[in-house]
Design a protein around this ligand. Structure first.
Ligand code: FAD
Length: 274
C-alpha cells in the first residue's frame, strides 16, 4: 500500500503543466483529485516517475454557457457539477450523475477531467458523456484538438489522450426539458455500479453503459432499435448486443447482461423515449 518513489511538481498554470509533462517524458502523469490515480499507485499498478499536480488550476474549474452548449472545465469537482444551477437547468443528467459518484468526500475531491481521462468502464460520468454526445477539448504541445466522447475510450484505462496532453474542457449540448434517466445498480448506496445506464430521451435518444465491457460504451444496438420504431421493452433486449461484460466478485457476465436489459428498459421508460 506504499507507492513507488516519484518526483512531485505542482503546476500553477496550464502552460506550466504542459511544460512539466513534456519535461517528465512518457512516465510523467497528471494528478487532479488523486482519487483514481493514488489507489493505482498504492497497489503498484501505476508507477509514474513524476506527478504533475494540476489540482489547484482554478482557471479550469467552471461551468458556463457556450451558446447552445454548456462548457465544463476539466478541474470541476463532482460536487460543483451536482450543485450547478446551469447544469440542473440545461443538462440535468450530468448534475444528477455527479451526485451519485461515491460519497461526499470523493465528490469534493474528484474532478470530471480525472474521471474522463482515467477511462474506467465502472465510472459514472463517462457513460453520461456518451449518452449526451459530449466533446472533450484537449491541449498539448501540438496545439488544441476536440475528441468526440464516442472516439475517446479505446481500451481498458486507455484513451485517445497522448501522455503529453491535458484534457481541458468537457463540452455538452444543452438538452433543456428533454427527458433523461440514470439507473445505477449497486448493493450499497455509495458503491460503484455493478451495471449502470445513463439515458437521454428526446428525438435522438442516447445511452451510455457502465461496466458492460473493458471501456465505457454506448448502447448503439438499443439506439438503432429505437430509431427503427422499437418500444422500450423491445429495444432493451439489445442492451448487451456485441458487448463482452466482465466477470468479477460482484457479478457474472450473464448477470450483467440481465441487469443491462432491465436497467435499459427502466431508463428508456423514465426518459420517455418509447
Ligand atoms: P486523478 O485520480 O487525479 O487522475 C485519474 C487519471 O486521470 C490519471 O491517469 C491522471 O493522470 C488523469 N488525469 C486527471 N486529470 C486529467 C486531465 N485534466 N487531463 C488529462 N489527464 C488527467 N467514480 C465513479 O464514477 N463512481 C463511483 O461510485 C466512485 N466511487 C469512488 C469511491 C472511492 C472510495 C474513490 C476513492 C473513488 C471513487 N470514484 C468513483 C472515482 C472518483 O470519481 C475519481 O475522482 C475520478 O474517477 C477521478 O478523478 P480525479 O480528479 O480524482 O483523477
Amino acid at each position: 500500500m506504499i507507492p513507488a518513489a516519484f518526483d512531485y511538481r505542482r503546476a500553477s498554470s496550464l502552460s506550466e503543466a504542459l511544460q512539466l509533462l513534456s519535461e517528465g517524458g512518457e512516465d510523467a502523469k497528471l494528478i487532479a483529485g488523486g482519487h483514481s490515480l493514488l489507489p493505482l499507485m498504492k497497489l503498484r499498478l501505476s508507477s509514474p516517475s513524476t506527478l504533475v499536480d494540476i489540482g489547484r488550476l482554478s482557471d479550469l474549474s467552471y461551468v458556463r454557457e457556450d451558446g447552445d452548449r454548456v462548457a465544463i472545465g476539466a478541474l470541476t469537482r463532482h460536487r460543483d457539477l451536482q450543485t450547478s444551477d446551469l447544469l440542473r437547468s440545461h443538462v440535468p443528467l450530468i448534475a444528477h450523475v455527479a451526485g451519485q459518484v461515491g460519497d461526499p468526500q470523493v465528490r469534493h475531491r474528484g474532478t470530471i477531467g480525472g474521471s474522463i481521462a482515467h477511462g474506467d468502464p465502472a465510472s459514472d460520468l463517462p457513460a453520461a458523456c456518451l449518452a449526451l454526445g459530449a466533446t472533450f477539448k484537449v491541449e498539448g504541445p501540438g496545439g488544441k484538438r476536440a475528441i468526440d466522447a464516442s472516439d475517446f475510450f479505446q481500451g481498458f484505462l486507455e484513451t485517445a489522450l497522448s501522455p503529453d496532453e491535458v484534457l481541458v474542457e468537457v463540452s455538452v449540448p444543452k438538452f433543456t426539458g428533454v427527458g433523461w434517466s440514470f439507473q445505477k445498480f449497486n448493493r450499497r448506496a455509495q458503491d460503484w455500479a455493478i451495471v449502470g445506464v445513463a439515458a437521454l430521451g428526446g428525438d435522438s435518444p442516447g445511452l451510455g453503459l457502465i461496466n458492460m465491457g473493458p471501456i465505457p460504451v454506448r448502447a448503439t444496438a438499443v439506439e438503432s432499435a429505437l430509431a427503427s420504431g422499437a418500444n422500450a421493452a423491445e429495444a432493451a433486449t439489445h442492451a448487451s448486443d456485441g458487448l463482452d461484460p466482465p466477470s468479477d466478485l460482484n457479478a457474472t457476465p450473464e448477470y450483467r447482461r440481465h441487469l443491462a436489459e432491465v436497467l435499459v428498459r427502466r431508463a428508456l421508460e423514465e426518459a420517455g423515449t418509447a
